[in-house]
Design a protein around this ligand. Structure first.
Ligand code: SF4
Ligand code: SF4
Length: 288
């Protein structure tokens, strides 16, 4: 089984549009939205949820006022100043380290796992999809990314599907590391801007560090051909396959507004013909 993770280094480059376009071209696949901090593939895929589960991670400390003698030890020990003078724990400041729970002489503090979000298995017009929603200001998105990828793999195995197309997390932090670890290859979608090039280089270094074969394509390449050339030459000198470029095309935005991918919205557009070429090269490289 192969897993292609589509990443970008930064948001707004057209990564999700690319994933949903590829969903029209790839066969026998599971779609996985691992961009759990800002999941948006469901807006295009209109998934019909068939299973939902809470995502539990980290623990939350709470003081039982009936048992607390207000000795003040927990406030003294808490390095995050999360406990107020009247012994209420601020859930935003609390880092869930558990120190107060372990040292409270009255056993007045509970420390239970908290629900940080929800994850889903759904049916879509392009096959099964695993996706999630992380609660506002919740952490542990790396764990949730790992969970949705693991479920996608399980579904692919059980259903005899040989490809997983994953919408990876943006950036270069923990969520994107969790998105790409163990993947067959990554496709970096970038744009020809100073920040696009900078972030593409960082995420390419990350893929190289984890020894994951990388490919790159440029969206809106005609907006700055000089920067597009810079991306191309970076790819050539860093063992990254340059798989194509897509001209600026408003069909990306319009199709999203219409809850469609570009093949469903404007199958004869230039963008579609370029994405087809890109997918041909990517699938050849993946061997699928
Ligand atoms: S350590 Fe326990 S008993 Fe002391 S103030 Fe904190 S919660 Fe109350
Ligand atoms: S769990 Fe840690 S961070 Fe949270 S209130 Fe207790 S000592 Fe402070």
């Amino acid at each position: 089984m192969k897993e292609l993770v589509i990443i970008s280094g930064k948001g707004g480059t057209g990564k999700t549009s690319m994933v949903s376009a590829i969903a029209s071209l790839a066969q026998n696949k599971v779609l996985c939205d691992a961009d759990v901090d800002a999941a948006d593939m469901h807006l295009i895929m209109s998934p019909e949820v068939i299973k939902s589960e809470p995502f539990k991670a980290g623990c939350e400390a709470k003081i039982d006022k009936n048992k607390c003698t207000e000795c003040g030890l927990c406030r003294k020990l808490c390095r995050f100043y999360a406990i107020s003078p009247d012994f209420i724990i601020d859930p935003i400041d609390c880092e869930g380290c558990g120190v107060c729970y372990y040292f409270c002489p009255e056993k007045a503090i509970t420390f239970e796992q908290k629900t940080c979000g929800e994850w889903f298995i759904s049916d879509t017009r392009h096959g099964p999809m695993v996706h999630a929603r992380l609660g506002i200001a919740e952490e542990n998105s790396g764990k949730l990314v790992s969970l949705v990828r693991k479920e996608s793999k399980r579904i692919a195995e059980e259903s005899g599907l040989d490809l997983i197309i994953t919408d990876g997390a943006p950036g270069v932090g923990c969520p994107v590391i969790a998105s790409i670890g163990g993947a067959s290859a990554v496709l970096i979608v970038t744009e020809p801007t100073v920040s696009g090039v900078h972030d593409m280089k960082r995420v390419a270094e990350l893929a190289s560090f984890f020894r994951i074969p990388a490919m790159v394509c440029v969206n809106k390449y005609d907006l700055n051909k000089e920067k597009t050339e810079e991306i191309k030459s970076f790819a050539e000198t860093h063992d990254i396959n340059y798989v194509g470029q897509i001209p600026f095309d408003p069909v990306f935005t319009r199709s999203m507004v219409d809850a469609k991918n570009i093949f469903e919205y404007a199958p004869d557009s230039d963008a579609c013909s370029e994405v087809k070429k890109i997918w041909k090269r990517v699938s050849e490289r993946l061997g699928c």
